[in-house]
Ligand binder design. Structure first.
Ligand code: UDX
Length: 436
């Protein structure tokens, strides 16, 4: 069985590698020649733990290859995965231009070929889009359209693809389900076989629900600050209820990344279009938008005017173990701090080149080490809970800072230990204040 994976972003590369590891021969395709050249040498264009090693392994065993030639890859494949991005457009809707062009290209190339093929859509597309694709292919019944949403998390993308929590398949023919089952036969996970509409909605609803948990906790954290309760302990207490569960209850600077923000806005606009506005989800997005500003107000309450204050940011990626800075709270903080004329130093183990590309200039200095970043600063803000930051020599940090003030945007640091050293610690919804 031969598989073509079109689009070599997070989802495409990881899907290609995971499939190649579990059975079929896979060809990854992209229009970006530079990316393809890099992938051909076994290097992933994105930072993702374990991905480079796995790439080298499957390429060397002849299980995975990369090309910019769509025609050859499509014609030789029995299963075609569509993994191109669907970013937000100006109005917040999913921008489907690349997706639609590609579908037209596949239709044009394969509709008159008699071979049976499965067209698997992994790209997150508005509910109903895949039925429209199926409608387009109704003049070529040998091509079956399946919605097969992807739930991988950046930072553990490969593991999530190899051991997913579930495999959701939306199709309207038994052949399609059977072929996909055959493809996934080595992957153990509960299956949900349903309509394309339901499959698409499961993806949006999952991301919306997880975001809702985060915004709920972030709003509760603001109240916690006023009441003197500790949101981390409250989350632990809540999470032990099996009806709630412990995941996605961590308060912080808000959710970021390539999926939650874009998918929430897209679902909101899908609902608006149907005149069924999702009021809860609207507030979820609003709370998330406000969270970095709310946090900086706490900093201003402590430091006064931020102009010419030296602020060190630790962590720039939207979460640890990735170099992805899309919608990262750190990016929002950097922008606001610059507007307030603060002097910023910033450090991240892997995301600095990406942030430098979008935000540089006199007010921001990117440093080689976390210690350089915090040196002579008036405050440190932990934006991303990289393991490296949890293990810093905080005695050293204390001695090189101008003021020993730590703003923990992820409630990740051991605040009582920091208090013993002499730091003033400010977290999110855990108003412990000075522990000296
Ligand atoms: C998410 C979904 O988890 C995944 O299923 C989907 O396919 C793509 O979107 P990802 O964006 O990689 O994956 O990251 P995830 O681990 O879900 O975290 C999203 C954001 O929420 C991050 O910014 C993270 O820091 C934040 N978060 C997560 C919290 O603020 N609190 C939490 O308790 C959990």
């Amino acid at each position: 069985m031969k598989v073509a994976v079109i689009g070599t972003g997070y989802v495409g590369v990881t899907t290609g590698v995971a499939l190649a590891m579990s059975g079929p021969e896979v060809t990854g395709v992209d229009v970006d020649e530079e990316k393809i050249r890099l992938l051909q040498t076994g290097k992933s264009p994105i930072y993702e733990p374990g991905l480079d090693e796995a790439l080298v392994d499957v390429i060397s065993r002849g299980k995975l290859e990369f090309t910019t030639d769509h025609t050859v890859a499509l014609l030789s494949a029995q299963i075609i995965f569509i993994c191109v991005g669907t970013p937000s457009d100006q109005e917040g809707r999913a921008d489907l231009r690349v997706f639609k062009d590609l579908i037209d290209q596949v239709h044009h190339l394969l509709c008159h070929d008699d071979d049976e093929r499965i067209l698997v859509i992994k790209s997150t597309v508005p509910v109903g889009s895949n039925d429209q694709v199926a409608e387009l292919f109704s003049d070529c019944p040998q091509i079956h359209v399946v919605s097969n949403p992807e739930f991988l998390r950046e930072g553990s993308a490969l593991q999530d693809s190899l051991q997913p929590a579930r495999i959701v398949m939306g199709a309207s023919s038994t052949q399609a389900f059977e072929r996909l089952e055959q493809l996934y036969k080595n992957i153990e996970a509960p299956r949900i076989k349903t309509s394309r509409l339901n499959a698409e909605m499961i993806k949006y609803a999952s991301n919306a629900f997880l975001s809702m948990r985060i915004s709920f906790m972030n709003e509760l954290a603001r109240l916690s600050d006023k009441l003197g309760t500790d949101i981390s302990i409250i989350a632990t207490g809540m999470g032990l209820d099996s009806r709630i569960g412990p995941e996605f209850l961590r308060a912080g600077l808000g959710y970021g990344g390539s999926c939650f923000p874009k998918d929430i806005i897209a679902l909101l606009s899908i609902a608006e279009e149907r005149d069924e506005p999702l009021t809860i989800l609207y507030q979820v997005a609003k709370v998330n938008e406000q969270q970095p500003t709310w946090f900086l107000q706490k900093l201003e309450q402590r430091l006064g005017d931020l102009a010419n204050k030296r602020i060190a940011l630790l962590g720039l990626s939207f979460k640890p173990n990735t170099d992805d800075i899309r919608e990262a709270p750190a990016q929002k903080l950097l922008t606001i701090l610059r507007e307030k004329e603060a002097l910023i130093t910033a450090y991240d183990p892997v995301a600095m080149p990406n942030m430098q590309r979008v935000l540089s200039g006199e007010q921001v200095t990117y440093t080689q080490t976390p210690y350089e970043a915090v040196n002579a600063s008036d405050a440190v803000i932990l934006c991303t809970e990289w393991g490296e930051f949890l293990e810093l020599d905080y005695e050293r940090v204390y001695h090189i800072m101008r003021k020993p003030l730590i703003f923990d945007g992820r409630n990740a640091l051991p605040h009582s230990e920091l208090g013993k050293i002499g730091f003033e610690y400010v977290g999110i919804g855990n108003q412990v204040g000075s522990l000296v």
